[in-house]
Design a protein around this ligand. Sequence first.
Ligand code: BGC
Length: 420
Amino acid sequence: MKDEGNKKIFPDDFYWGASTASHQVEGGTINQWSVWELEYAKEHAQTAHLRLGMLPNWKEIKAQAESPDNYVSGRGVEHYKHYKEDFDEAKKLNFNALRFSIEWSRIEPEQGVWDPAEIKHYKTYIAEMRQRQLEPFLNIWHWTMPTWFTDKGGFAVKANLVFWEEFVQKIADELIDDVSYVITINEPNVYSASSYLTGEWPPQEKKVLRFLNVFWNLALAHRRAFKILKANKPSLQIGIAAQLANIQAKRPHNLFDEFSTKWMRYFWNWWFLERIKKYSDFVGINYYFTDYFTGMVSRQTPKIPVNDLGWYMEPEGLFPLLLRTWSRFKKPIFITENGVADANDQYRRWWLEETIVAMERALSENVKILGYLHWSLLDNFEWAYGWWPHFGLLAVDREHGMTRTARPSAKWLANKIKEL
Ligand code: BGC
């Protein structure tokens, strides 16, 4: 009975797949982030206990988190070299879509100097995906930039948007022929907050105004990219991947908690999307967090269950978030990222089950969800945390020939997709 219902709920052309980002998997990327890694690897290793010592699994991760190698992306998981095998693995998981990002520093290593071999690489990459009936979701920018661009101030300088436009134009000219879906920017809120407000990420600034400025410039960057891409290919479907949290009041009906919740929902979730809504065909949602707010905008989430990064897990929170996003924008939705850091694959299957139910509920309420892309296809370089968190459906053994092994939860998902 249940299965019959499910069959009707997910449309036949629903996209099932996973996401990756160039710097996190390719290996050999040389950009502002890789420079920063090398500069701070030792310091990050030495101070790991201060940042991570409180995690329940600290004992398990200690050796890795205290090693400088952990903080260097280096060879990545050699996806640049092994992408065809990775696409084959994706097919084995019954996927029909993959999201990936273009590494700007590869195709424009110097300002105005384009590398034809790297452009060809991404062309072949897309063609190989297509050959396997995997729909490519091309993400233009997932946080890494060539150093010539960040030396000029990156997105903190509005005048630099001309360089971004040139980059987007190049993609429009060379890489979108065989592509139907483009994500311009990944998580503008997370990038601008982590790089310019909390100062955790390069260039490690802690300036409110700079943060707001970058946030705003990224909205302009999206709009300009939208115009360039549409001019080249009007049928292209364009959006961003937004990190949206299911934000709730800790004490429902308490005035302070309700106010904090409303403010956070607006500022964190909607502000950027409102700025670009006339320039978006869909909303991409990266869902990881349900956050409870109380008092003067203070976040207080339950203590369990948490994933390896200590992030509170409430996968079913996707449902109210989908309802809210749909009722506000009335645009098709893709889940562009969703997953857990779970090295032992203890929670992933449960997370996936709950997520599928959350999508079914939303679909039954006529929310237009077109696809689900899990984070991530592969274990990958988790930014400032480095290599110890494992988000992959495919585990990667970096010590032994970069072998890929489907985790049990991935096999479960592959079977489930067949049923849905
Ligand atoms: C990012 C990914 C990251 C994931 C897990 C998202 O915010 O887009 O690059 O690996 O979260 O932290």
